[in-house]
Each structure stands twice: as structure tokens, then as C-alpha cells.
Design a protein around this ligand. Structure first.
Ligand code: PLP
Length: 282
């Protein structure tokens, strides 16, 4: 198994991360998760663009061009002979004596990326998953895919402790997104989802879904909806790189629609399926 460490492909035991790495001490860095279907990265360009956009937003310089990054990730997949799974990739601001402000002089960032085999959550995609409401107490820059995930971690843990798959985050009455996903409600043939802003991560899967909606003739309104509106939706879905287009069948034990995967959810799944590297089947 090979790990990408900066621009080197090394064995796991040869990766050396400093205890004063700012990712480790401050969560001072950014990350991406990219899905591999059939040995091919799905929406790689979009993920790499978002990585560099996140880096810019925290004034972190990634010392490789996007093209070089792309090539290194493909080499990593090839070296590990990965067919179906994911790449996890993170970049931290580097290793330096602990102080909150950026290191002076600047130090090199630290990149680590590795592959993992994963299986698609096929039974959940068909049957849907349970969710629960959790207050969104995160900071106001949720548009950055930052390594600081404590708010997300605590929300997900609360969901898991309630035997749920995901937390539906809300600021007051307004639903923002999931702890590691975007959220959507469908009512009377219209799909609602929180607009892109500082309060949500602009999911790559979200972008694919909005394009699928256009393809299948489902109107999209990028407007936030409330907790009580959520419970009145005909269908709810959540999305992420790993969860894909996941039906949400209940929140806090209250059924959404008939408590089964809805017709629109299935149509979006079919449209989504057509876009993923081909010979893989749902
Ligand atoms: N929102 C949050 C907070 C996330 O952590 C994620 C991804 O894990 C998403 C949304 C979905 O983003 P993507 O579809 O790019 O995986």
C-alpha cells in the first residue's frame, strides 16, 4: 500500500508527521474525499477545484498545480490498484513551533493522500435511512472544507447514538445541511435545498444532483426550508460523495411521506447512476 506524502509515494510506515503539525494541533488545513468507481475518479476536477478554493480561503498555498495534483492522485490509484473506493486527501499549513498565527517565515504545507476500498451503501440507497434534528452550532465558514470538524463530529455522534444515519442540522428553525452531507426536501414536484452560502458546504454531489433534476424535469428552488416544513415534505434526501443520493425516510422518528424511498428520489438515483464511470451497477 502506497501513501502520497507531499510529492512522494511511500509506504505507510515511512510517513513522518510532526507532532507540531498545524493540522494536528489546530485543525489548520483542508481536505477532500473523492470517490473511485471502476478505477476512475468521479468529478475529480470539481473536487480539486474545491480543494484549491478552500486553500485560498484560509491563505494556504498548495505548492503543486492542479494538473500535477490530478496526476499524482491518478498515480496513487494505479499504484494501489484501487477499483472501487475513495481517496482521502488533506493539506495542512505545515509543521512549526506552536503559535496560533501563521509560521514566520512560512513553512511548506504537508499533503497526505491515501486510498481505501469502500462498498456502495446499496441497501440504504434502496430503503432509505433515519435521521434526527441536531442544532447546527458550527462556525460561520462552513463553505470551507476545513479539517476542523468537531461540530460535525459531535452532531454525527448524536445521530449514531440515536440509531440514526445522519443529523439534520438546523440554525434555529432553518435547516442548513447534514453533519457530512447536503439536505433536500421535495414537495409537490419541487426540490428545495439551502442556497450556497457560508452556512453550507457546496457539495459536489449536490451540484451533480441539481443537474440531474434539470435532466428529469424536477424543478429546483435553492431556498432554505424549516424543520416543520421538512416534516411535511413528500420526500427528503441527503447527499455526499459516499452516501450518493440517499433517501431520508424519517426524522426524530416521524415518517417523511410514506416512510419509503420516494419516486423522485429513485429518479434522481437513476440519473445519477448514469453519470458515474459506467460498468458499475447499482
Ligand atoms: N456538507 C458537509 C458538512 C460535508 O462534510 C459533506 C461531505 O462530506 C457534504 C456536505 C457533501 O459534499 P460532497 O457531495 O462534495 O461530498
Amino acid at each position: 500500500v502506497k501513501i502520497l506524502w507531499n510529492d512522494q509515494f511511500v509506504k505507510e510506515e515511512d510517513v513522518k508527521i510532526g507532532f507540531e503539525d498545524r493540522g494536528y494541533q489546530f485543525g489548520d488545513g483542508i481536505y477532500e474525499v473523492i470517490k473511485i468507481y471502476n478505477g476512475d475518479m468521479f468529478t475529480a476536477t470539481e473536487h480539486i477545484d474545491r480543494l484549491y478554493a478552500s486553500a485560498d480561503k484560509i491563505q494556504l498555498v498548495i505548492p503543486y498545480t492542479k494538473d500535477v495534483m490530478h496526476k499524482m492522485l491518478y498515480d496513487l490509484i494505479e499504484m494501489n490498484e484501487l477499483k472501487d473506493g475513495q481517496i482521502y486527501l488533506q493539506v495542512t499549513r505545515g509543521t512549526s513551533m506552536r503559535q496560533h498565527n501563521f509560521p514566520v517565515p512560512a513553512v511548506e504545507s504537508v499533503l497526505t493522500a491515501y486510498t481505501k476500498e469502500t462498498v456502495r451503501p446499496l441497501s440504504q440507497l434502496e430503503n432509505g435511512v433515519k435521521a434526527c434534528f441536531v442544532e447546527d452550532v458550527r462556525w460561520l465558514r462552513c463553505d470551507i472544507k476545513s479539517l476542523n470538524l468537531l461540530g460535525n463530529v459531535l452532531a454525527k455522534q448524536e445521530a449514531i447514538s440515536k440509531d440514526c444515519y445522519e443529523a439534520v442540522l438546523h440554525r434555529g428553525e432553518t435547516i442548513t445541511e447534514g453533519s457530512s452531507s447536503n439536505m433536500y426536501g421535495i414537495k409537490d414536484g419541487v426540490l428545495y435545498t439551502h442556497p450556497v452560502s457560508n452556512l453550507i458546504l457546496n457539495g459536489i454531489t449536490r451540484q451533480v444532483i441539481l443537474s440531474c433534476c434539470e435532466e428529469i424535469g424536477l424543478s429546483v428552488v435553492e431556498e432554505a426550508f424549516t424543520k416543520s416544513q421538512a416534516l411535511e415534505m413528500d420526500e427528503m434526501i441527503m447527499s455526499s460523495t459516499n452516501a450518493e443520493v440517499m433517501p431520508v425516510i424519517s426524522i426524530d422518528g416521524q415518517l417523511i411521506g410514506n416512510g419509503k424511498r420516494g419516486e423522485w428520489a429513485e429518479k434522481i438515483q437513476v440519473a445519477f447512476e448514469k453519470r458515474i464511470p459506467s460498468s458499475v451497477k447499482i
